[in-house]
Design a protein around this ligand. Structure first.
Ligand SMILES: [Zn+2]
Length: 370
């Protein structure tokens, strides 16, 4: 019963009194007493609004808040030094040559950018081959960018995606057998060599995204043997799902497979148990950070990763398709871009991630400054 109906009910029910003013006053007194006794008798938990009545109190309701230090910004670096090309399916994002990196990053670093993730994009004809030789070319865009950024921005944390698909003629994430399937052993050898080349060049973090079995262990062992495991973070794309959310990325990186798909090494979208096994395995193999990719469609997996790896940081990659969808929805008038970008990211943090790889990073740096 609402307060007003309680008042009128008590007012008119008590009709044996003549004085109307005294009736009303008594009714108010009854109502007040009744409401108090309801609260005291154990119904206090129904009263929540006070706890988030103020904007600051609302922010306190979140277990963790998005901060600039949680953000990693993915960068596509091509082998055309002066290139700066907009990627049509990835709104506002460009593929850049190495000569464009410093001027682009300078203002972002002033705004608080702390970490980038490098993806190499070989554009020159004839660069790709069956082994992805260009991946660890010392003159290639990734190794050159690591060295340049370390020199120019000593405080910038440099993460490198480690995979072969941008560099292989077939576009798959490893070395293939004759039947077109991945040769896991050769692929792990090659992927771990590429990771080492990036680590030697000065990357703070190597992040293998290829999904070959056993590559975390192989990279960790090589880092230990080389005596540099104490200064390189190993971030595993542990739960990377196959699906249709990578389209804009493949446009950007030119990494679409020339035949078949990646369903035999990336995880099937329904495979929650498989993801848990992959996360458990990669932690045991020496991963320092566990990543889930994509993010918003896999919040349960992020939550699982946080539960399985409760003592590790969990990263989530808000992939190109998620970013493009939010832009498309905002452009169509479905919602406001900034509000949705924050809401999607809050979901990712709520699920358990404390690192977010996101194309919204430049926007967040701006929004979080204001
Ligand atoms: Zn790949």
């Amino acid at each position: 019963m609402s307060f007003s109906s309680l008042v009128s009910d008590l007012t008119y029910r008590d009709s044996d009194r003549d004085d109307r003013r005294s009736q009303l006053s008594r009714a108010r007194s009854y109502a007040s007493t009744a409401a108090t006794s309801v609260s005291i008798s154990g119904d206090i938990s129904s009263q929540l609004h006070g706890g988030y009545s103020h904007p600051l109190a609302r922010s306190w309701q979140a277990e963790r808040q998005l901060t600039k230090s949680m953000l990693i910004y993915p960068l596509f670096v091509s082998d055309q030094p002066d290139e700066e090309v907009l990627i049509p399916s990835l709104p506002g994002q460009c593929r850049r040559g190495i000569n464009r990196l410093v001027p682009f990053l300078e203002p972002l670093i002033k705004k608080g950018l702390q970490s980038v993730m490098l993806f190499g994009v070989p554009v020159a004809p004839g660069v790709k081959d069956a082994l992805g030789t260009a991946a660890d070319d010392p003159k290639g865009p990734v190794i050159q960018s690591i060295k340049l950024l370390r020199r120019r921005f000593p405080d910038l944390f440099i993460t490198t995606d480690v995979c072969l698909c941008e560099y292989t003629s077939h576009g798959h994430c490893g070395i293939l057998r004759e039947d077109g399937s991945l040769n896991n052993e050769l692929s792990v050898d090659r992927i771990s060599d590429v990771a080492m080349a990036y680590a030697y060049a000065g990357a703070h973090c190597v992040a293998p995204s290829d999904m070959n079995d056993g590559r975390i262990r192989a990279i960790k062992l090589k880092l230990i043997e080389a005596g540099i495991s104490h200064k390189v973070v190993l971030m595993s794309y542990a739960a990377k799902f196959s699906g249709c959310l990578y389209g804009p990325f493949r446009d950007a990186a030119g990494s679409c497979p020339s035949f078949g798909d990646r369903k035999c090494y990336q995880l099937p979208p329904g495979g929650r148990g498989l993801a848990r096994r992959a996360i458990t395995r990669d932690i045991q193999e020496g991963a320092d950070i566990i990543m889930v990719k994509p993010a918003s469609q896999y919040l349960d997996i992020i939550s699982d990763a946080k539960e399985i790896g409760r003592d590790l940081p969990v990263a989530a990659y808000q992939v190109s398709g998620e970013f493009a969808m939010i832009h498309a929805g905002a452009k169509a008038g479905v919602f406001d871009l900034k509000t949705m970008a924050f809401e999607a990211t809050q979901g990712i943090l709520r699920a358990g991630a404390t690192i977010v790889v996101s194309y919204f990073t430049p926007d967040f740096l701006e929004w979080l400054s204001n």
